[in-house]
Design a binder for this molecule. Structure first.
Ligand SMILES: [Zn+2]
Length: 389
């Protein structure tokens, strides 16, 4: 299976200028090709990937686009490949060949996009030097903060500049699956606001204090930003502050989530979570964005690690009142206001509100798996290869 390994990189001011040029060139190539595709589409024609590639080569010979030769041609070809993938995904989505949310038509890239990225494949001959620098064609030797070792030779590397002005190298590496010894335990997980996660075996995971503090700082920065006049210098400064606070929250949350998801994967053979789109809607937009980001990172990690370590992961898609339903007898009780932490069902079973919800998720996950087995197909939500992109 393929995994991404990301590291912070520290380009010199000169290398930053070269990268800015490469980002710009990749953007132009992408936008030119998108315009060509749209024009062809309006005429009822389709334009092939090979044709676009040929046009790119030809455009380099024109005075208007001669400067494209200043960056690695692999970077430009990869920008084209991105567009081609986006188009294929879009068509697969509208024809129903691709599962999940409908994809929109790809849009033009802008220099104001919060994330700028270029990709180097093996063909470009990028290397990691013996001194530990990342050698990129027409950029130079870029300093890397190696937070962990690369498990094998990477097949490609994406250079990213984020909204906070930080640079990252994201390597794609092939990793062997490493099935863990199997265990009997299976678990359902209820993700919540008060407690981050409650599991059907009664264990809970609380959001750590340092994370809540970082989130509070982020909210403050967002409020400050909303008070600044549009287009002002102060607004630009405030925006950078928000981006930095965002980055800090994301980093902290990632480390913490890695620790917790690894433990869950080790301890359980099957892991079921509720599909996040059915989670409560009565939340403010800000709380929603903060929590959703945390939840989706958490479930994505669980899914990836399950694939890698030979565990089963399932999302419970079907909506059901996980809080109100008795996990013992299946009777659906009255609505339970948030302050009701414990309740007793007519059958005599007393429930912790969240543990009961988690047990229902576990039961629903098992039921979906049984149905899928009976129908002779795998549950859709479980990606067999665990391929990550
Ligand atoms: Zn009951």
């Amino acid at each position: 299976m393929q995994l991404r390994y990301s590291y912070r990189v520290y380009p010199t001011p000169g290398q930053q200028a070269s990268l800015a040029r490469a980002f710009g060139c990749a953007r132009v190539v992408y936008n030119d090709a998108l315009a060509a595709r749209m024009e062809a589409f309006e005429k009822g024609e389709r334009i092939s990937d090979a044709e676009l590639s040929k046009r790119l080569t030809a455009s380099k010979a024109t005075p208007q686009r001669a400067w494209l030769s200043e960056v690695s041609s692999v970077v430009l070809q990869q920008a084209l490949a991105d567009l081609n993938t986006a188009y294929r995904n879009f068509f697969a989505s509208i024809t129903g060949k691709r599962k999940g949310a409908r994809m929109g038509l790809p849009g033009f890239r802008s220099r104001r996009d919060t994330r700028q990225a270029i990709r180097f494949t093996k063909n470009s001959r990028f290397t990691v030097t013996s001194g530990g620098a990342l050698r990129l064609p027409k950029i130079g030797d870029v300093k890397v903060g190696w937070s962990r070792e690369l498990p094998s030779a990477p097949s490609s590397v994406t250079l990213i500049k984020d909204a906070a002005g930080r640079y990252f190298a994201s390597f794609v590496v092939a990793v062997d699956e490493q099935p863990l010894p199997s265990v009997d335990a299976e678990v359902g997980i209820d993700l919540g606001l008060a407690t981050f996660a409650v599991m059907s075996d009664g264990k809970t995971i609380d959001s750590p204090k340092f994370l809540r503090q970082a989130e509070r700082r982020l909210r403050k920065a967002q409020q400050a930003l909303s008070r600044k006049a549009k287009g002002s210098k102060n607004r630009a400064k405030a925006r950078l502050k928000v981006a930095r606070a965002h980055a800090r929250v994301a980093d902290t949350r990632r480390d913490w989530a890695h620790k917790n998801t690894t433990r869950i994967i080790r301890e359980n053979q099957a892991i079921f979570v509720e599909n996040l789109s059915v989670k409560g809607l009565a939340r403010t937009r800000m709380a929603k964005s903060v929590h959703d980001a945390g939840w989706s990172m958490f479930t994505t990690m669980l899914e990836e690690k399950a694939a890698r370590y030979g565990r089963r992961f399932g999302k419970v898609d079907r909506w059901f009142p996980s809080t109100r339903m008795c996990s013992h007898c299946g009777v659906i009780g009255d609505k339970k206001p948030l302050h009701v932490r414990e309740w007793t069902c007519g059958c005599g079973t007393t429930h912790d509100r969240d543990v009961n919800a988690a047990m229902n998720i576990l039961a629903a996950g098992r039921a979906e798996r049984r149905n899928a087995c009976r129908a002779g197909v795998r549950p859709q939500r479980i990606r067999p290869g665990g391929q990550l992109v």
